[in-house]
Design a binder for this molecule. Structure first.
Ligand SMILES: [Fe+2]
Length: 219
């Protein structure tokens, strides 16, 4: 199967760019499942229920978040009712919401596990993402061969570390939070939709290919 990860969707320009561009990208690339980090989809900081719904309408299957997830309080009751909007699993125990989910792709019957983790380097306190990630992946593998991780973190090294830690156990580990890909481009002017497309063997859950998505969209 082919899946797409996008991050981070920032404010109205980000939501509009996805509404305009995502259906085209999905058709062009035969994408069956879309994960987007939406923690800053509302006003550039936080996410509210309406913005989450907008992302789903654009084609996103699962929305992941991070350190700004609680910026809009409206998201707390909404998060208790949905299993498509995640918050980092390694937040303090008993905070609202889910840290992982298993969803069926819209255009096929493949089940995809999505895990949301947050880093600790140059970030507010959280439980160990490696310990939480290892336990969650063990559980997720009982439900799905295809597993994608959003490692929401500041330091490239910590994201790469998680990639190596989960290598062979999950289909892909993506890094979010920095708003630009590690090419460190400065986001000015035209909106840039950024992410990655992964081809996954449905039987084994192993990734066979990954490509960068980086498209300028006029909105
Ligand atoms: Fe963040």
């Amino acid at each position: 199967m082919r899946l797409l990860f996008l991050g981070d969707v920032v404010g109205r320009p980000g939501r509009r760019a996805l509404a305009a561009f995502l259906p085209r990208l999905m058709a062009r690339e035969s994408i069956q499942f879309v994960i987007a980090n939406g923690e800053n989809a509302s006003g550039g900081k936080g996410i509210d229920p309406r913005s989450a719904e907008e992302l789903y309408e654009s084609g996103v299957d699962v929305v992941t978040t991070g350190n700004h997830v609680w910026q809009n309080r409206d998201i707390i009751p909404y998060m208790r009712e949905t299993d498509r909007l995640l918050r980092p699993l390694n937040f303090a125990r008993d905070v609202p919401g889910l840290g992982w989910t298993v969803q069926t792709a819209r255009r096929s019957d493949v089940r995809v596990g999505v895990l949301n983790l947050i880093g600790r380097v140059f970030m507010p306190p959280a439980e160990c993402p490696f310990r939480a990630g290892a336990e969650a992946v063990e559980e997720l593998r009982r439900h799905s061969s295809v597993i994608v991780v959003d490692m929401h973190a500041e330091a490239t090294s910590e994201k790469v570390g998680m990639g190596r830690f989960l290598d062979g156990k999950v289909s892909a580990v993506f890094g979010s939070h920095t708003h630009v890909q590690t090419a460190d481009d400065v986001a000015t002017g035209t909106v840039i939709v950024q992410g990655g497309i992964v081809d996954v063997d449905e039987a084994t859950g192993r990734a066979s290919a990954i490509r960068r998505v980086r498209e300028r969209v006029e909105v």
